[in-house]
Design a protein around this ligand. Structure first.
Ligand code: ADP
Ligand code: MG
Length: 634
């Protein structure tokens, strides 16, 4: 509990004690004036800030809010009490005090709940690094991560957070990546491993050469993303704030009408007008109509849903995407790096005039600047140091491959399409796998056959998607028909399209967008390499294992922090749960409201019933909203 909440709690308790004392000694209070003054003590202790806020609202022209409702209702109730007292009736001020008191109990509870779910999100924020250790003249100096330049060697001791993305130069250790990926199994790293900021170094001392500045590092990117997420509103939230804008004035005028019209009509038809009774009913009506349960619980549910997803390594960039995710019926997958691991292994070298080793060296060199899974694998397969200064004029052509110069000789590496584009006669390969054709100095230089593996959870993810109500799964790939067909039948995907350029993938997604039913949504999931345009074209773009790729984090609406396709299933389940909670809360709160309003208008529900139902509904709705946080087991 923070200071403000403690303060409010103390005020509430003091007021409760006052009220109890007043009730005990009620008989000995000599006059109604005295009683009124005494009851004003707890009323002001617990409600003075509400009165002040209402007054500010009136002065700033924003009259109709909950503070105004509570103020008018309680002052009205006190007025009725005074009238009764001076006309020989019962002077009951307890009701007004109780309304304020219970309203504040609700406020306290709500602010506690919001704080709690915010804390959950800030646990993610725990990835914010405070300092970086840099070695200067043999001594470790703590500096602001913001000031560390690319290429600096930083030292991360066991127990410390890695402040910047980089590559391990020295040492080995295991890393706790839970804050980033939601995955609790530690990850081993050693010399040459890439490490991401936000992970915690568990065991050994690491010297890391940074590859990014702080602003470009994973931790700070994720923080940006999370901080901005709550500001992108869902339809439901927008609906609620529009609803409150019209609803509150309407109930205020309705209450006014309830106080004035029936007495007038009764007077006109010659019956006793019972004005005081109708004013009291109008006050009750105001208390009942306070919309807080709905107004607070809907954004809180989304907030909790975003937080819960974040803790599982699923970053959703806004409530609007969380909402859309629940309506996904078509899921379109990229192949390489999404359904397959993207760790190709070189399985053969064919038809090359060069030695295998030499061809592989050329391939690795020309690919040295690319981050495509194919190029990473070729570099790993070659395994030796690459002198990148020998490489110039590199051009990476999406969906084709790479061209450039090595030692001033033209080299090209890519698929059949690239060879056709360059006008080079190539030899077809009949092996299963992805083929990288090579050309050196305009002459065909053979091909490297590399094969990829399907991720262990891909088939399960597609099965589970079906269970979660997905109507159609589609795989798009720039790879060959043969490679695509093998993967598609292995994981039982409904439909596949091969040989696509990045632009063809966009066209394909557009076709699917036309085909699906209008209200349902299409999600595209890819690794962000060669597919940023599709990520942004789909209703929801999901980037997986995207911690490294900036383009993907930019273009995607949902970022899965590791590359397990089951996370997509989880993201859909989380959003469905969250939306279900939102709908439950709206229906429940509005239902009870309408019922109480009707009962109140007929004088069946008094102010006690009104405030208890209001606070009760609010507490139940908030508790229900908090359920959206708990998604670990989904
Ligand atoms: P996918 O759709 O499976 O993710 P991409 O669109 O990234 O694949 O690439 C399609 C095809 O283009 C690859 O299968 C490969 O033949 C070729 N290609 C793309 N980039 C490269 C590269 N860097 N080196 C060699 N071939 C490449
Ligand atoms: Mg790809």
């Amino acid at each position: 509990m923070n200071k403000k909440q403690k303060n409010l709690l103390i005020r509430i308790l003091t007021a409760v004690v006052c009220v109890i004392l007043l009730q005990l000694f009620d008989r000995v209070i000599p006059s109604w004036v005295f009683r009124l003054l005494l009851y004003m003590v707890p009323y002001l202790i617990v409600g003075h800030d509400i009165l002040r806020k209402a007054w500010h609202g009136i002065r700033n022209g924003q009259v109709f809010d909950e503070n105004f409702l509570m103020t008018i209702a309680t002052i009205g109730a006190i007025g009725v009490g005074i009238y009764n007292a001076t006309h020989g009736g019962d002077d009951d001020y307890l009701e007004a005090v109780a309304v304020m008191l219970l309203y504040q109990v609700g406020e306290l509870f709500q602010s506690y709940a919001v704080g709690k779910s915010r804390k959950n999100i800030t646990e993610l924020m725990d990835i914010r690094p405070d300092y970086a250790n840099v070695e200067e003249n043999g001594e470790l100096v703590r500096v602001d991560p913001d000031e560390v330049e690319i290429g600096t060697v930083i030292v991360v001791q066991p127990g410390e957070k890695i402040p910047l993305d980089g590559i391990v130069e020295e040492g080995s250790s295991s890393l706790d990546t839970a804050a980033l990926t939601g995955e609790s199994i530690p990850r081993g790293v050693s010399e040459g491993s890439e490490v991401l900021s936000g992970c915690i170094n568990l065991s050994g001392l690491l010297k890391i050469r940074t590859t990014k500045e702080y602003d470009e590092s994973t931790a700070s990117k994720i923080l940006d993303l999370v901080e901005n997420a709550a500001s992108r509103k869902s339809h439901s939230e927008n609906f609620i704030s529009r609803f409150a804008k019209y609803y509150t004035p309407i109930v205020c005028y309705a209450a006014l009408a309830l106080a004035v019209l029936p007495p007038l009509i009764l007077a006109v038809i010659g019956k006793p007008p019972m004005t005081v009774q109708w004013i009291y009913r109008a006050c009750t009506f105001l208390v009942i109509s306070c919309p807080c349960a709905v107004v607070i619980s809907v954004p809180l549910s989304f907030f909790a849903g975003l937080g819960g997803a974040g803790n599982q390594g699923i970053l959703i960039k806004g409530s609007n995407f969380l909402e859309a995710m629940a309506d996904v019926r078509y899921v379109v997958f990229d192949k390489t790096g999404t359904i397959t691991k993207g760790n190709f292994e070189v399985s053969a070298v064919h038809h090359s005039p060069l030695e295998d080793e030499k061809l592989l060296e050329y391939a690795a060199l020309i690919e040295s600047y690319s981050s495509h899974p194919i190029s990473l694998s070729l570099k790993t397969a070659y395994g030796k140091h690459l002198d990148t200064e020998r490489v110039t004029d590199v051009r990476e052509i999406g969906g084709h491959g790479i061209t450039g110069k090595i030692d001033r000789v033209e080299v090209a590496a890519g698929n059949e399409r690239l060879m056709k584009m360059l006008g080079i006669r190539y030899i077809n390969c009949h092996h299963a796998g992805t083929i990288v054709h090579m050309a050196i100095d305009g002459e065909y230089a053979g091909h490297i056959v590399i094969s990829d593996q399907i991720k262990s959870s891909s088939a399960e993810a597609i099965r589970e998607l079906k269970k979660a109500g997905i109507e159609k799964t589609v795989m798009l790939t720039g790879d060959t028909e043969a490679a695509a067909k093998a993967v598609a039948s292995e994981v039982k995907i409904d439909e596949y399209h091969a040989g696509l350029l990045p632009a063809d993938k966009v066209a394909m997604v557009e076709e699917l967008l036309e085909e699906k039913r209008t209200k349902s949504k299409l999600a595209f999931i890819g690794d962000g390499i060669n597919d940023a345009p599709v990520l942004s074209r789909a209703d929801i773009g999901v980037a997986m294992g995207a911690l490294g790729s900036d383009a993907a984090i930019e273009a995607a609406d949902v970022v899965l922090m590791d590359d397990d396709p089951m996370k997509l299933v989880k993201a859909i389940r989380i959003s469905k749960k969250c939306i279900r909670i939102v709908h439950q809360n709206i229906a429940f709160a509005l239902g009870i409201k309408i019922l109480c309003l009707i009962l109140g208008a007929f004088g069946i529900a008094n102010m006690w019933a009104a405030i208890i139902s209001d606070v009760g509904v609010m507490i139940l709705a908030v508790l229900n909203a908090m359920r959206a946080l708990f998604v670990k087991k989904l």
